[in-house]
Design a binder for this molecule. Structure first.
Ligand code: SF4
Ligand code: SF4
Length: 163
């Protein structure tokens, strides 16, 4: 993370939440969707998820039925045993990981079930979709712990300023 923008990014993100909120609220959807593919490539080049792991350490994905089936099969266990051993039901009625960090997080931040990981994990941080605009409170929260989300919002804001 050598980029100046990424220096002390957590502090900056914390301080700039209000600006992000205002920006996302008025951002032009087409402009954002057009910019996201390149910005994602740029962000993933600059930020190595294996050096971070914040999502897997502090936040659980939802384990939907197909996820549970796929992971249980991979681990050669019954769906019910996967649930009993690892999961709990959250306030929204979804199965989530009981432990934090995630029990499937391996050494060096590798996911030990990477090929069969929940679809939420596959899609996180959702920056390739219209999530940033559609789920603004969650996108804002993600920007406080996910440097990729932070980076992309900062870059979108800078571009909008220069437009
Ligand atoms: S299943 Fe893998 S990718 Fe998903 S939170 Fe756990 S360790 Fe991270
Ligand atoms: S929090 Fe963001 S940058 Fe960190 S590992 Fe997760 S997706 Fe990658």
């Amino acid at each position: 993370m050598s980029d100046e923008l990424l220096r002390a990014w957590e502090k900056k993100s914390g301080e700039r939440q209000k600006l992000y909120k205002n920006y996302l609220h008025r951002a032009d959807k087409n402009t954002v969707l057009k910019a996201l593919p390149d910005l994602n490539v740029e962000a993933f080049e600059k930020i190595d998820c294996l050096q971070c792991g914040n999502c897997c350490k502090g936040y659980s994905p939802r384990f939907k039925k197909p996820d549970i089936k796929r992971i249980a099969k991979h681990l050669k266990m019954k769906d019910g045993d996967l649930i009993n051993n690892y999961l709990r039901v959250d306030e929204e009625g979804d199965y989530v990981m009981r432990a934090a960090p995630c029990s499937f997080l391996g050494e060096d931040n590798y996911c030990t079930i990477y090929d069969v990981r929940p679809s939420d994990c596959e899609r996180f941080p959702y920056t390739e979709e219209d999530f940033l605009l559609k789920r603004q409170p969650m996108a804002l929260k993600n920007s406080t712990f996910c440097p990729i989300t932070y980076y992309i919002i900062e870059k979108l804001m800078a571009a909008a300023k220069g437009a």
